[in-house]
Design a protein around this ligand. Structure first.
Ligand SMILES: [Zn+2]
Ligand SMILES: [Zn+2]
Ligand SMILES: [Zn+2]
Ligand SMILES: [Zn+2]
Length: 402
C-alpha cells in the first residue's frame, strides 16, 4: 500500500524537495524523507512517468492521509512566507454565491508576515496554519482538511477572533500548485478527489446583505414597515443607435426569502426612487410601454432614449457588471411611505468582479415584494429562463446596438 503512493515532494533537512525539480536537475540526494512518516523515500523518474518519490517495497508508511495533511500544511506555509518575502502574492479566490461577487485574496499581502503551524491560538485551539501580520496580529487561519472538518469549537473560537478560515481540501495532484497559491483548487474541484477550498465566515463584500439586516424593520422616520435596500450604480452604452453616451443606470437590491433579489426601481411599493436615483446621477422617468402594456420607471439617457436591461434594471441575467468605483454601494432603509434613510455608502474593494443576480421582481411597475405585499396585488417575478421573452416584450421600440 505505502509503496503505491507517488509523492510529488519529500523532505530533506527540514526543506521541501520537489520530484519534478530533482529529476530535471538529475539530482538524487540521499537523506530524502517522506513528509508523512519521516521514513526514507527514493526518487523515481524516467521518460515515461511523472517524477515522484516513493517508499521502498515493504515500508510501512503512516499512510497517505497523514502524509497528504502534513505535506499540504508545509507546502502552503512555505508558499505564503516565500511569496511574502519575494514581494509576490499568494492568491486565493474569494467568492460569495449569495451576493455574486468575487475577488482574488492574497495571503502574502504583508511582506513581514509569519506562519505558525499547529500552535495553540487560545482555548486549546490549534489551527493547522495561522498567518500573522508583521505586527503579530492574527490574520488568517488555514485548515487543511483530509479526513476531519474543523471542530465546531474551533470555528467558534475563530469567529470570536474575527479570523477568516480558509478550508483547503488538498490532493496530491494539486500539491505542487500550492507553492504559488490556492487558485488551482477551483479548476481541480471536479476532477480530483476532493481538492477544493472554502472560505468560512462572514462575507465582507459591501453588497452582501446578512439575513438579520434584510429582515423587515421599522422606518426611523415614521415607524412604518421598512426594509434595507441597496443601490448600485454602473454605466452602460445608450441603447439608441444615434447616441454615443454612456449612461448611469441603477440596480436596486433587497434580501427577500433569504435571497438577494433585483428590484425594479419603479415597483409601485418603492416610492421616491427617482429622487434618490437623481442624487446618484441616474435619471429615472415614468414611461409608457405599448408592448408591455404598462407604465414603469425606466433608466433614461440624456438623449431621452431608454437604457439598461429591460430598461427597468441596470443589468440582468448574471452578466458581469462594471460598477462605478468610488460610488460603491449605497444602503437605505426604505419604508412604505417612501422615506429613504441613508445607512451607509461603502466602496468596492480593488479587483472585484461583480455578477448580477438571476432573479428580479417588480419588473413592470407592480409591487416588488420589498415591503409587505397586499394580497390583491401580484408581483411580477422573473427567472433566468424568462429573461429573453421579457426583453423581447419590452424592447419593442429600441433595439440594442450589437
Ligand atoms: Zn511515508
Ligand atoms: Zn456575499
Ligand atoms: Zn417612513
Ligand atoms: Zn443616449
Amino acid at each position: 500500500m505505502a509503496t503505491a503512493i507517488k509523492y510529488p515532494v519529500a523532505g530533506l533537512a527540514g526543506m521541501l524537495v520537489w520530484a519534478s525539480e530533482a529529476a530535471e536537475l538529475d539530482e538524487r540526494p540521499s537523506g530524502l524523507l517522506c513528509v508523512g512518516c519521516e521514513e526514507p523515500v527514493i526518487l523515481r523518474s524516467g521518460e515515461h512517468r511523472r517524477a515522484h518519490f516513493a517508499h521502498r517495497p515493504g515500508a510501512t508508511c503512516s499512510g497517505g492521509e497523514t502524509a497528504l495533511h502534513r505535506t499540504a500544511i508545509q507546502v502552503i506555509s512555505e508558499g505564503v512566507v516565500t511569496a511574502a518575502r519575494e514581494g509576490r502574492a499568494y492568491p486565493f479566490k474569494l467568492c460569495c454565491e449569495q451576493c455574486d461577487a468575487s475577488r482574488e485574496g492574497n495571503l502574502a499581502r504583508d511582506p513581514e508576515c509569519t506562519v505558525e503551524i499547529d500552535r495553540p491560538l487560545s482555548n486549546a485551539i490549534r489551527p493547522d496554519i495561522l498567518v500573522r501580520g508583521g505586527n503579530g496580529t492574527a490574520r488568517y487561519v488555514i485548515e487543511v482538511v483530509v479526513t476531519h472538518s474543523p471542530e465546531d469549537a474551533a470555528l467558534t473560537e475563530y469567529r470570536t477572533h474575527d479570523l477568516p478560515v480558509i478550508v483547503v481540501r488538498p490532493s496530491w495532484d494539486t500539491m505542487e500548485s500550492f507553492r504559488n497559491g490556492l487558485t488551482e483548487l477551483e479548476t481541480y474541484h471536479f476532477t480530483t478527489e476532493g481538492a477544493s477550498l472554502d472560505v468560512l465566515g462572514r462575507c465582507r463584500f459591501p453588497r452582501h446583505i446578512e439575513p438579520e439586516e434584510g429582515a423587515l424593520r421599522s422606518c426611523p422616520a415614521c415607524k412604518q414597515s421598512a426594509r434595507l435596500v441597496t443601490l448600485e450604480v454602473s454605466e452602460m452604452a445608450c441603447w439608441s443607435r444615434s447616441c454615443t453616451r454612456h449612461v448611469r443606470v441603477l440596480d436596486t437590491y433587497a434580501l427577500l426569502d433569504e435571497e438577494r433579489v433585483l428590484i425594479a426601481a419603479g415597483a409601485s411599493d418603492l416610492h421616491s426612487s427617482s429622487t434618490i436615483a437623481k442624487e446618484l446621477g441616474v435619471r429615472l422617468e415614468m414611461r409608457n410601454s405599448k408592448t408591455a402594456g404598462t407604465r414603469y420607471l425606466a433608466n433614461i439617457c440624456e438623449c431621452g432614449a431608454l437604457c439598461g436591461d429591460n430598461f427597468a434594471y441596470g443589468g440582468f441575467g448574471g452578466q458581469e457588471c462594471t460598477p462605478i468605483i468610488g460610488e460603491g454601494v449605497h444602503r437605505y432603509v426604505v419604508c412604505t411611505a417612501g422615506h429613504w434613510t441613508a445607512v451607509s455608502a461603502r466602496h468596492w474593494p480593488d479587483g472585484i468582479n461583480l455578477g448580477r443576480t438571476m432573479r428580479g421582481q417588480g419588473l413592470t411597475g407592480e409591487v416588488s415584494g420589498v415591503l409587505e405585499v397586499p394580497r390583491n396585488e401580484a408581483s411580477v417575478s422573473v427567472t433566468s429562463a424568462e429573461i429573453k421573452d421579457i426583453a423581447r416584450m419590452m424592447a419593442g421600440v429600441i433595439r440594442p446596438r450589437r
